[in-house]
Structures are given as structure tokens and as C-alpha cells.
Design a protein around this ligand. Structure first.
Ligand code: HEC
Length: 172
């Protein structure tokens, strides 16, 4: 019985060492234009979603979807996010599709996550993707304005609609 357990243990160790060596010596492609396998996609996406659900603090959005906040959010989005996530002139960004995983195109497919999760993602970014941690640039009010804008992206008041259509003035 003891040797059976040793056999199982050694097999598991060999599989783990084998997997480590395959990754370590470059047999796994990290090219963004490479199609990801269904297993990788499933494991990585569900791990990333579960991590956000577990870690995003349960916060109430402290700002209202007033016209002022939506205009401010529209301006922040237009200048900082639209290049990857789509603008009103270019709602389906080719650049956004070149990331792997691709950047969601919010102008044509509105974000449907709760505000607190969008707030968390915008502040902290998503590791190993093109999504930056914006807390380096924006204060919490600005991040909430962005989350509020994303929630209302498909039903904006006229002034926010006007703002989003202006040419971008990026300030990286
Ligand atoms: C350089 C490209 C880039 C820029 C600029 C960028 N993002 Fe992202 N973003 C991404 C990518 C790529 C993903 C997808 C990551 C993933 O699926 O793991 C993403 C994901 C997200 C998500 C999660 C969406 C979901 O459904 O899971 C949100 C929310 C988001 N971005 C908001 C923003 C906001 C707001 C800005 C501007 C302040 C911004 N992003 C700027 C590339 C970018």
C-alpha cells in the first residue's frame, strides 16, 4: 500500500516538473496573435473573473449619474480609454482586437458588471493583459466617473454624447 502511494506521489511530481520545464524552456507561445486554447481561455478567464468578484470591495457608487459626472466620465474615457475600447468615430477598435485577450468594445457592447467591480478593475488594471492600473493617473472620483460613464454608455444625455464625439486630447 505504501509503495502505491509513493508511486502516485512520484507521478504527480514528475507531471508538475515536466509542465514546469515545458514552460521554462519556451515551448509555450506567448505571442498575442496566437489563438489561445479552450483550456487556457477557460482557466484564465474564470480565474480573473473570480478574483475580481472576491477582491472588489463591496462599495456603493458615491456619485450620481448626473449630466456633469457623465460629461466628465465621457471626457476621461474619450482621452484615455477609447483607443483600446472603441470611440464613437471608431466603435470597433482594430487596436483593441489586437490584444489577447481582446479589449472589450464598450461602444457597441456596453459593460454589464456592477459599478464596484468596474471601479476595482479600472483602479487596479488586469495583470498580463493590456489593461493598465489607472490609480496611477486618476483619483477615486475620476474612477467612479469612468465607472458611471461605462454603466450609462448606451443611454447618455446630449451633453455627454456631444463630449464623447469631440476629437480626443490624450495626456499620457
Ligand atoms: C492599452 C489598451 C487599454 C487601455 C488604454 C484601456 N484598457 Fe481597459 N482593457 C484592456 C484589455 C486588453 C482588457 C481585457 C482584459 C481581460 O479580458 O483580461 C481590458 C478590460 C477592461 C475592463 C474589464 C471589462 C470586462 O468585461 O471584463 C474594464 C472595465 C476596462 N478595461 C475599463 C477601461 C477604462 C475605463 C479605461 C480608461 C481609463 C481603459 N480600460 C483603458 C485594454 C485597455
Amino acid at each position: 500500500m505504501r509503495s502505491f502511494f509513493w508511486g502516485v506521489f512520484l507521478t504527480i511530481v514528475l507531471i508538475l516538473v515536466g509542465a514546469y520545464l515545458i514552460v521554462k524552456f519556451g515551448y509555450v507561445s506567448f505571442a498575442a496573435d496566437q489563438e489561445t486554447s479552450a483550456i487556457e481561455r477557460h482557466v484564465a478567464m474564470s480565474a480573473s473573473d473570480a478574483s475580481v468578484e472576491r477582491r472588489a470591495p463591496v462599495l456603493q457608487n458615491p456619485i450620481t449619474p448626473s449630466e456633469d459626472n457623465l460629461v466628465a466620465g465621457a471626457k476621461l474615457y474619450r482621452d484615455n480609454c477609447a483607443g483600446c475600447h472603441g470611440s464613437s468615430a471608431n466603435p470597433d477598435s482594430a487596436m483593441g482586437h489586437a490584444f489577447n485577450p481582446p479589449a472589450p468594445q464598450f461602444m457597441s457592447d456596453a459593460a454589464d458588471m456592477p459599478d464596484n467591480e468596474n471601479f476595482y478593475i479600472i483602479r487596479h488594471g488586469i495583470r498580463w493583459s493590456g489593461m493598465p492600473a489607472w490609480k496611477a493617473k486618476f483619483n477615486d472620483t475620476q474612477v467612479w466617473q469612468l465607472a458611471t460613464f461605462l454603466k450609462h454608455i448606451d443611454k447618455l444625455p446630449p451633453n455627454a454624447e456631444k463630449e464623447i464625439r469631440q476629437p480626443p486630447s490624450p495626456s499620457y
